[in-house]
Each structure stands twice: as C-alpha cells, then as structure tokens.
Design a protein around this ligand. Structure first.
Ligand SMILES: [Zn+2]
Length: 60
C-alpha cells in the first residue's frame, strides 16, 4: 500500500505541522481551513486570521 508522500500531506494552518492522517477541514469565513485539531482551529480564528488575514488570493 503506497504511503502518502510528505508533499501531499496537508499542513495545519495554525501550528504548521504535517498531518499524515485525519486532518480536519473546517470552514472559516466561507473558506476551508485545514487544521490538526479543534484547538488549532480556535487558534487560527483568534490569532492567525486577525493578524494575517487570508494567506493568499484574498478577494477583498
Ligand atoms: Zn495544528
């Protein structure tokens, strides 16, 4: 059974770790946000988003 390559692993948009399995895809402001846990999603909402906004291709 082929293993997932590192390049194909999603990265938590909060803490930045690679997520080999069971990444969580949440929705924030209408966009998907990949995180490794609910805790990271909260950090994304309360810390990263207000400071850095949309990572790329922002439409506003
Ligand atoms: Zn995380």
């Amino acid at each position: 059974m082929p293993q997932r390559e590192v390049d194909e692993m999603p990265r938590c948009q909060s803490c930045g770790i690679l997520i080999p399995v069971q990444e969580m895809v949440k929705e924030h402001k209408g966009k998907p946000v990949i995180v490794c846990s609910d805790k990271c999603f909260r950090i994304y909402q309360t810390y990263w988003y207000p400071r850095y906004g949309q990572p790329a291709g922002g439409d506003s």
